[in-house]
Design a protein around this ligand. Structure first.
Ligand SMILES: C[S@@+](CC[C@H](N)C(=O)[O-])C[C@H]1O[C@@H](n2cnc3c(N)ncnc32)[C@H](O)[C@@H]1O
Length: 390
């Protein structure tokens, strides 16, 4: 038997395609129905994402609403007891086999923990402006700080809080409607992305280049960490994204940036030399597959190969703008071998003048970069590496 929720979710899923991803169709559906309250929105989002999370378990001969119900049932069973779904089934069905083969886990336990994390609904993270962190936590009420207790994260105890102001939001409200959001006092930003800003550790006296700034998630964080001082060049190939960045910066009262279009090529947007360059490169987004399960079924191995080349090229083009002693930070919200360690090894081998450096008090060997695993942070998967110009 179908339900109105399953029918509505099926209506959304029927519009999803590689050109119209699930999150886009959902936003459109929710945005054009003023009658949906926040509980209904959350239920619809949950049902659509459960469908794509359990996609390979579902019987394709069933009608869509029936498959949605089957997915919700699997989600309920898994949430009550993750062991109810066999590890072999998770490994075979939660993501395409070629994708699993492109991930290098530190241990078999980490592999299973990752697979289980993939099947959980994701946490919602916010980044308050530093000055307002305490008051935002009080105002939103249902918040908790991040937990970095996992020893395998490799942070030294003294540096065990790589994102001191990050808050997990567990309440029922639509945060986009909160007064504090409208005033720009906080952003919705995944914990792993917030760690990237802290890894850059920019100083108010410095000049930074956020080379792939997109809509400015990290530019705004860098600006806050720099107390709205110094200068950040924010570039992206998409002018529309820069327009959104300007809007967000206006809301957050961030003024220490210059937004300029740059296509990623060898002609740099400025002759300025930088204390720090962040290359938050375009990537496969495999690290976001818990939050965006539809993407598991649209990515191909060819995409990964092409992205490797683009990522390497962006590092090649940007590092020339470093000052002596300047830092180059590479970040990707993916954890595939090709886009992480392979990029870093190829780039390091070609650039002995750049010294690999550790980040955030990390104890692991510098040359290997830093993996932020979804199951350890309850957040997106992310990879970071950094070099200093000798
Ligand atoms: C991971 S996203 C950036 C996210 C952004 N830094 C943030 O924190 O919100 C990567 C960005 O790189 C841009 N991009 C893609 N290919 C590029 C290229 N070849 N050169 C420069 N930017 C590129 C995309 O437009 C996209 O906005």
């Amino acid at each position: 038997m179908s339900t109105p929720l399953a029918q509505r979710a099926a209506h959304v899923i029927a519009q999803v395609s590689p050109d119209a991803p699930a999150d886009f169709v959902l936003r459109r559906e929710i945005g054009t129905d003023p009658d949906l309250d926040s509980v209904e929105k959350r239920a619809l989002t949950g049902a659509v994402f459960a469908f794509f999370r359990w996609f390979a378990w579902l019987d394709t001969t069933d009608a869509l609403p029936r498959r949605v119900l089957a997915a919700l049932d699997l989600q309920k069973r898994f949430d009550a007891d993750p062991a109810a779904i066999k590890p072999e089934a998770l490994a075979a069905l939660a993501l395409p086999p070629w994708a699993l083969a492109s991930l290098d886990f530190p241990s078999p336990e980490a592999r299973l923990a990752y697979l289980r994390q993939l099947q959980r609904p994701p946490s919602l993270w916010i980044r308050p402006q530093r000055e307002f962190a305490a008051s935002i936590a009080r105002a939103l009420r249902h918040t908790a700080p991040a937990d970095f207790g996992s020893p395998s994260l490799g942070f030294r105890p003294a540096d065990s809080t790589p994102a001191p102001t990050a808050l997990r939001y567990t309440g029922p409200s639509d945060l986009f409607k909160a007064e504090e959001f409208k005033k720009g006092l906080f952003e919705i930003q995944d914990l792993a992305s917030q760690i990237v800003g802290h890894a850059c550790a920019p100083l108010p006296t410095e000049t930074w280049w956020d080379a792939c700034c997109g809509e400015g998630g990290k530019t705004l964080h860098l600006s806050d960490l720099m107390d709205n001082k110094g200068v950040i060049w924010a570039t992206d190939r998409h002018t529309g994204r820069l327009a959104t960045l300007r809007k967000r910066a206006g809301r957050a009262q961030a003024f220490n940036y210059r937004a300029v279009t740059w296509n990623g090529g060898p002609f740099l947007p400025t002759k300025t030399k930088f204390d720090g360059i962040l290359v938050d490169a375009p990537c496969s987004g495999v690290g976001t597959w818990q939050r965006n399960p539809h993407a598991r079924w649209t990515l191909t191995e060819t995409d990964i190969r092409e992205l490797f080349a683009i990522q390497l090229q962006l590092l090649e083009n940007t590092h020339k703008a470093l000052k002596p002693g300047g830092r180059l930070v590479y970040a990707v919200c993916t954890i595939t071998r090709q886009e992480t360690t392979e990029v870093v090894r190829a780039f390091s081998a070609a650039h002995p003048e750049l010294e690999p450096i550790t980040l955030l008090g990390q104890t692991a060997p510098a040359a290997d970069g830093l993996f932020l695993w979804p199951h350890e942070l309850d957040a997106n998967g992310m990879f970071l590496a950094a070099w200093r110009k000798r």
